[in-house]
Ligand binder design. Sequence first.
Ligand code: ADP
Length: 462
Amino acid sequence: MRIAICASEVVPFAKTGGLADVAGALPLALEELKQEVIIIMPKYKAIEEPKFKINRTKEGVSYSVIGENIKVYFIENDAYFKRDALYGDKTGDYKDNLDRFSFYCREALELLKKLNFKPDAIHLHDWQSSLIPVYLKTIYKDDPFYKKTKTVLTIHNIGYQGLFSKDKFPKLGLDWSLFSIEGLEFYNQINLLKGGMVFSNVINTVSPTYSKEIQSKEFGYGLEGVLSQRKNSVFGIINGLDYRIWNPETDKFIAKDFSVKTIKDKGEDKKDLQKLCNLPQKLDVPLFGIVSRLAEQKGFDILAEGIDKICKMGLQMVILGTGDLKYHLILEEMVKKYPKVISLHLKFDDALAHKIYAGSDIFLMPSKYEPCGLGQMISLRYGTIPLVFKTGGLADTVTKDNGFVFDKYSKDTLIKTIEESIKAFKNEEKWKKLVVKAMTCNFSWGESAKKYIELYGAKKKA
Ligand code: ADP
């Protein structure tokens, strides 16, 4: 099957979150299953770095290669994409995101034709590529090139929808009739994700539980009605993890590699992390790690409420992330107050993320909602026990057999569960068993990629 993956971020070229991990790893798994895959993404400034081997086709299109022979094509437009960040800066989202990503979507469809790559399926991701199914059903509806092409939209987080003011609608090159309840309108605004949901053949989300949750008012962010109209076309395939990147046995970022047979060596990574973070190098103090966007969605509201108390519980905590300024400030206060307990790194740092996954004992991920979540799967692989709220993909991957789960979202239950985890940590023998259980969980891409192939092949609906 010929599959084109259109995503606005792809590992290793550009990443702000889990979408990039998925868009970089799923194609590799598909290639292993003998599918013909290409990827199309914008050419951001960072992609020009010499570490990426960029080639040019004779038509002048730039591309790189991942896996055996997966071509990653870059849509170029310096004015739109040659910027420091992907979607916005400190002051907020880039004001021309609608122009940028509608351009990307149009160009991606033109590129497929230029390359004569007639896809059986185009796999879209989130609002940034959601105009592709809209264009296919309108501008390209009579184009024989795309006659047999199906579209699968994966929603990585329904909280981010690509909302723009109505007056920008003419920029999309679509008929005004599409600015309607049945089309892209959402409370008098343009909603790109909604367009993708209405016009794609199949809607998918990144875990079975989240696919059900988003059909409810509580989690649907206003789009639950659209989903319920299309409920027979809504699926939930759990993300896998790329164990080539996330593997404590071969990880080049960590101080000492370890496996399930050499768990003791994980202690070296813990000491290394403590040293790096200026925390006392003590193996008997439980070390909690966080690698996350600092956002309410990730549980930072209840964490911020409880953090003072948590810092007095006889633990250490390393936090890596960026996000809402208010959480930056609260956490900075805590560092001043408890410098021997908490270490804060307000940045995006892949190498440090690896060190935290490897060196921590417990991975804190109390997300209020979580479409899939990769942090908990990564930490399991590194024998770092996840502590999570029972929601979305966290509910599908973490149980009391491999982690700590609380099911009432509040500061008090979070603190109670941290207490429980510390108590468990003190029981060395039991803890080791838990670590073994965690490390032997398998969330590789193989099974999920097979499920995607089924979706790509699903009967094309009108
Ligand atoms: P999201 O909702 O942000 O996509 P996920 O858990 O699905 O959350 O994926 C987050 C990914 O981004 C993980 O691979 C995580 O390790 C990584 N990540 C998040 N914040 C940082 C950071 N500050 N530095 C390095 N990696 C990060």
